[in-house]
Write a protein that binds this ligand. Structure first.
Ligand SMILES: [Mg+2]
Length: 254
């Protein structure tokens, strides 16, 4: 089984990380999520090492991911937003062109928001290629009711759209991109010989299942997973990234 030491020795390393729940603790107000100082320092150290690339791979829209990750335009971090439907690569990397969303995205998300408007603490977030229904602050009854409305709406109108569940969210997207595709594109863009991928949610399992034998998958928190390594929470994940930065720094200076 691949371990941190193997990753420290691989010629070109890609460290691809989910943001919410993995680098930043989950919070009630999504716009207030931030990574802790230790996680920040570990990814900055890794990104500064030669032949070492760090990517944030999130379901959030790219603009939103830049905001919560406090993205510095000078940074060498690679970003994949909307589960990989939006890529942001620093200069020197080749990025594939983006597709235009269809007009149904706006119509469907407005109609669904209207259908859910009577429910407290349930809201619809527009995404470039779909929408997310948030229920984190809703009661159990409200959540069940919201899901019933959403399921009916999907049956009637969202034919061929991809459904993704997560912690207190359900997302529908007209685009099939998943984090597996995002990691595939990032791996190719940097020419990685091994990948560390870490995530805490159902959508991260797409990427974890698609990892190769030289890669290491990490699952943050509970739940069934294809990952071979587990950590309890974002704080333990920051410890793991710090250990990897230490090992790779030592290896590259010896
Ligand atoms: Mg997450």
């Amino acid at each position: 089984m691949v371990d941190l030491d193997d990753l420290a020795h691989t010629p070109v390393l890609l460290v691809a990380l989910d943001f919410d729940g993995t680098l930043a603790p989950l919070v009630d107000v999504p716009s207030e999520a931030r990574m802790g100082a230790q996680a920040r320092q570990a990814i900055d150290r890794l990104a500064a090492l030669p032949d070492t690339h760090v990517a944030l791979v999130s379901g959030r829209m790219l603009a939103d991911l830049k905001l919560v990750s406090e993205y510095d335009p000078e940074s060498r971090l690679l970003l994949a937003g909307s589960h990989g439907a939006q890529l942001h690569l620093p200069s020197g990397y080749e990025a594939p062109p983006l597709a235009h969303p269809s007009p149904e995205v706006a119509t469907f998300s407005d109609d669904l928001a209207e259908a859910l408007s009577a429910l407290d603490n349930v809201w619809v977030e527009r995404k470039p290629y779909g929408f997310v229904v948030h229920t984190r602050l809703a009661t159990e009854h409200g959540t069940t009711h919201a899901h019933a409305i959403l399921d009916g709406f999907a049956r009637d109108r969202l034919h061929g759209w991809r459904r993704r569940g997560g912690h207190d969210v359900v997302e529908y997207s007209e685009r099939a991109e998943g984090k597996d595709g995002a990691v595939h594109a990032l791996r190719a863009a940097v020419g990685a010989t091994a990948v560390l991928f870490a995530g805490d949610d159902e959508t991260d399992e797409d990427a974890l299942r698609a990892l190769q034998p030289t890669d290491l998958g990490v699952r943050v928190g509970g739940g069934s997973t294809a990952a071979t390594l587990h950590v309890a929470d974002a704080a333990e994940m920051a410890d793991l990234l710090t250990r990897l930065a230490d090992l790779r720094t030592r290896n590259q200076s010896s």
